[in-house]
Design a protein around this ligand. Structure first.
Ligand code: DGP
Length: 115
């Protein structure tokens, strides 16, 4: 079964895509927690961080470098932002297609509270 994110990547359902290349796609979160809330996802379905393999090293690295690029594009780089990857139940992961949240555009709360 394709994930909802796979459908956005393939253009089968609407998504506010802000960046796409051969390895990753980034689009705005449907339920933003801050003025900038973008998800960076691998084009290939990797369910969780636990499923990463050495073959995915370039994809994992591209996710981080894309976060840097998007922070600059969104104008939040200097003030700062937070990158989050949730994993499984304790991490409250809801969509099982690996994704990195980039959240910024306002002063965020401390790490241990809901953002
Ligand atoms: P997580 O808990 O890390 O799995 O977060 C999943 C995020 O995905 C959550 O912030 C809401 C977002 N999301 C869920 N469904 C959709 C969708 O259909 N489109 C978009 N753009 N975001 C979605």
């Amino acid at each position: 079964m394709p994930t909802i994110f796979a459908k956005i990547i393939r253009g089968e359902i609407p998504g506010d895509i802000v960046y796409q290349d051969d390895l990753v796609t980034a689009f705005r979160d449907i339920n933003p927690a801050a003025p900038t809330h973008i998800l960076i996802v691998p084009n290939k379905v990797i369910p969780t961080v636990n499923d990463l393999t050495p073959e995915d090293e370039a994809t994992a690295g591209r996710m981080l470098l894309t976060a840097k690029k998007i922070a600059e594009q969104e104008g939040v780089a200097e003030d700062g932002y937070r990158l989050i990857i949730n994993c499984n139940k304790h991490g409250r992961q809801e969509v099982f297609h690996l994704h990195m949240h980039i959240i910024g555009g306002r002063q965020l709360g401390p790490m241990d509270v809901k953002i």
